[in-house]
Design a protein. Sequence first.
Length: 315
Amino acid sequence: MRIVFMGSPDFAAPSLEALQEAGHEIPLVVCQPDKPAGRGRSVRLCPTKQRAESLGLPVVCPDRIRGKVGAPFREQVAALEPDFLVVAAYGKILPKSLLAIPRVAPINVHASLLPRWRGASPIHHAILAGDAETGVCIMHMTPGMDEGGVYSVVREPIQPDDTCGVLSDRLAIRGAEALRDALPRIAEGSLTAEEQPAEGITLAPLLKKEDGRLDFSQPAASLERRVRAMDPWPGAYTTFGGAPLKVFRAAVTEVAPAYVGAAPGTVIEAQTEIVVMCGDGAIAIEELQLAGKRRMRADEYLRGARFSAGVHLGE
């Protein structure tokens, strides 16, 4: 089969590899343009672009795919006469004119159990909500945001220590396997898409940097999930003395009776861990990074830091 593939982050690369290993013809891979990142604004290379080039596949990175500006790109895709348009975390909403091009169907590899968590950040939101499981849907793309029928579903439990990055890696592999198995059956007509239920719809909007801020007035369990959900991006953070403090690992912990009633954000212990009061309970910060410092364990930081119980984190 002839497939045009569209994807950008690490999540998409296993699906691309699975299609090539299955012997499908991939005349074009479409990725988001490389973007500057970090303080030095060095160019961050698109992971799927790198993988496609290593596989010897042609890659384009159009700035626009919609409207008159995007017409040449859509004409390029149409000229290839693909059987499928396969999308895995491409990062842009596709116009109806592009979805109409493939002979068989436009397919999306979506990392949630639809209709739960439609949108750009489903893995983050599943962890934030404390879901026990998530998964990947192989779905038919429509102009609506993740509203199309579902061909197949694979389910994956969310482990208590899963970060977004770790869970995304597992789902990328599960999604690639499901895509490889589903495409031939969709092409021959033995696998059809089932309409999504009208109930149970939740949305997973694109995250912003400020979504990583830790609000200690929230319950400790919610903050622990936020630390995991924001790893590796946008990263969980608070402030100490007006300077940013990144939090990479934290755990819910008990509050000693002497500290019950302390204000949220108050450090109540600073020996081997930094224990912080929350709106309900407390969290122990186990790994952190202060501005201008390297990432380190809390006990390592506390050995050389003038940091004691009673100080306040956050605004």
